[in-house]
Design a binder for this molecule. Structure first.
Ligand code: PLP
Length: 368
C-alpha cells in the first residue's frame, strides 16, 4: 500500500479540454511538457487527444519521443530543442520542431530523412526569452528551402494580467511578424500565441490554435488576477494524499522539527505526514497543511525530506495510518494547489509539476 499518492482524474482532463475548445472556438494544443505538469505524460496525452486536442506540445525532444513510442500519432511540437540536438531523430519520428534562430533552421534543413522537416517559427514579440528577434529581418528563402514551415508562434509574458498593455503590444507585434512571413508567400500556416491565461481571457489572441497547459490540469493561471479554477469552469485534476505515519499527543511548548522553528502552544495531537521535500512538498511552505475529518490541520515546523508535521488539534480523532488530503480541488474545504503555491512564495504550476517520482500517480477519481 502506498504511503502517498497523486490521484489523477483523467475525466477531468477531458472535461477541461472540451471546455477550452468550446470556450475558444479554436483548436487546442494540449501542453504536456514536464511529465504533463506532474500528472503523467502518456496517460494525460492520450486523454487529451481523445477529448479532442488537435496537437500536443512539449518542451523536450525526449518528451516527444516518449509519446511516439507510446503509439500516439497526433501532431507533436517540441519547442526547446537546441542546435546540436539529434534533429534527424525528431524528423524521422514526425516531430515538429520550433526554430528561433537561423542556426537552428540550417541544422534542421540539413537533416537527411525520408520526411521533410516540419517547423514552427518562434518569434519574440516582447517576452525577451525564446524566439527570433534581431535575426528576423535576415531570414530569407534559402534558410527554409528544405523545410516545411507549418506554423508561427510566440509566447505572452503577462497574459495572467489581462489589463497590461504589454499584451496588446505583443499581439500587435505578432501580427506584424506574421504579415512579414505572409509576404514571403506563406499564407496557410498555423498562427498560435495564446497560453492558458490568454485562451481564457483574450479573445483577440486565439488565431488558429491555442496552447493550453495549466488550464487542462484544471488550475487557474493566476488565482488573484483571473479567479479560482471553479470560476473559470475548470476542474482540478490532481488530488494529493498521504498517510499519517504517526499521531501522538505532545505537551505545550514542545519544539517541533529541525531548527525548532515552531513550538506547540498547548497540549495537542500532532500528525507526522509521510511526504517531504523529496516528494515536492516545498521546504519553505508555511500556512498550508492537510485536511482530515472535515478540517484543516496546519503545518507546524519545517518540512523535512520525507515527512512533515501537522497540528491536528487536541480533539482530533485521527489515528496513525489514516489518509489525509494534502491538496485537492477545495470542494470539501481542503487546501488547494493555489494555497500551497501561496504558502511557498510560488504558484500552483510549480506545486503540481514538482511532485516527485517517489509519489505514484493513480489514475482514478478523487477520494474524500
Ligand atoms: C508552457 C508553455 C505553454 C503553456 O502555458 P500555460 O500557462 O501552462 O498554459 C504554452 N506555450 C509555451 C511556449 C510554453 O512553454
Amino acid at each position: 500500500m502506498n504511503r502517498a499518492e497523486a490521484r489523477i482524474d483523467l475525466e477531468r482532463i477531458s472535461a477541461n479540454i472540451k471546455h477550452l475548445i468550446n470556450l475558444s472556438g479554436t483548436p487546442v494544443m494540449a501542453v504536456v511538457k514536464a511529465d504533463a505538469y506532474g500528472h503523467g505524460l502518456v496517460p494525460v496525452a492520450r486523454a487529451a487527444v481523445e477529448a479532442g486536442a488537435t496537437a500536443l506540445g512539449v518542451a523536450l525532444l525526449e518528451e516527444a519521443l516518449i509519446l511516439r513510442e507510446a503509439g500516439i500519432t497526433a501532431p507533436i511540437l517540441a519547442w526547446l530543442v537546441p542546435p546540436g540536438s539529434d534533429f534527424k531523430l525528431a524528423v524521422d519520428n514526425d516531430i515538429e520542431l520550433a526554430a528561433s534562430s537561423i542556426m537552428a533552421l540550417e541544422q534542421i534543413g540539413a537533416v537527411k530523412s525520408s520526411r521533410r522537416p516540419r517547423v514552427h517559427l518562434e518569434v519574440d514579440t516582447g517576452m525577451t526569452r525564446g524566439g527570433f528577434l534581431n535575426e528576423w529581418g535576415k531570414l530569407d528563402a534559402h534558410h527554409v528551402s528544405n523545410i516545411e514551415i507549418v506554423g508561427i508562434f510566440s509566447h505572452f509574458a503577462r497574459a495572467d494580467e489581462p489589463e497590461q498593455e504589454q499584451n496588446d503590444n505583443q499581439r500587435d507585434r505578432f501580427k506584424e511578424m506574421v504579415a512579414t512571413l505572409e509576404s514571403f508567400g506563406y499564407t496557410n500556416i498555423i498562427r498560435h500565441l495564446s497560453n492558458s491565461a490568454a485562451t481564457l481571457r483574450d479573445k483577440d489572441s486565439r488565431f488558429d490554435m491555442v496552447r493550453a497547459g495549466i488550464a487542462i490540469y484544471g488550475l487557474t493561471p493566476d488565482v488573484d488576477n483571473l479567479g479560482a479554477s471553479e470560476s473559470l469552469g475548470l476542474k482540478p485534476v490532481m488530488q494529493l494524499r498521504a498517510k499519517l505515519h504517526l499521531v501522538k499527543t505532545v505537551p505545550a511548548n514542545s519544539p517541533v522539527g529541525y531548527g525548532a522553528t515552531a513550538h506547540t502552544t498547548a497540549e495537542t495531537k500532532l500528525g507526522v505526514v509521510a511526504m517531504g521535500y523529496a516528494d515536492g512538498i516545498p521546504r519553505i511552505a508555511k500556512d498550508a497543511g492537510v485536511f482530515i475529518n472535515g478540517k484543516k490541520a496546519p503545518i507546524i515546523g519545517r518540512v523535512s525530506m520525507d515527512q512533515f508535521v501537522v497540528d491536528l488539534g487536541a480533539d482530533s480523532t485521527a489515528v496513525s495510518g489514516e489518509w489525509v488530503i494534502v491538496f485537492g480541488d477545495g470542494s470539501h474545504g481542503e487546501y488547494t494547489a493555489d494555497d500551497w503555491g501561496a504558502a511557498s512564495l510560488s504558484i500552483n504550476y510549480e506545486i503540481v509539476t514538482r511532485i516527485g517520482p517517489r509519489v505514484p500517480r493513480i489514475y482514478a477519481p478523487h477520494i474524500y
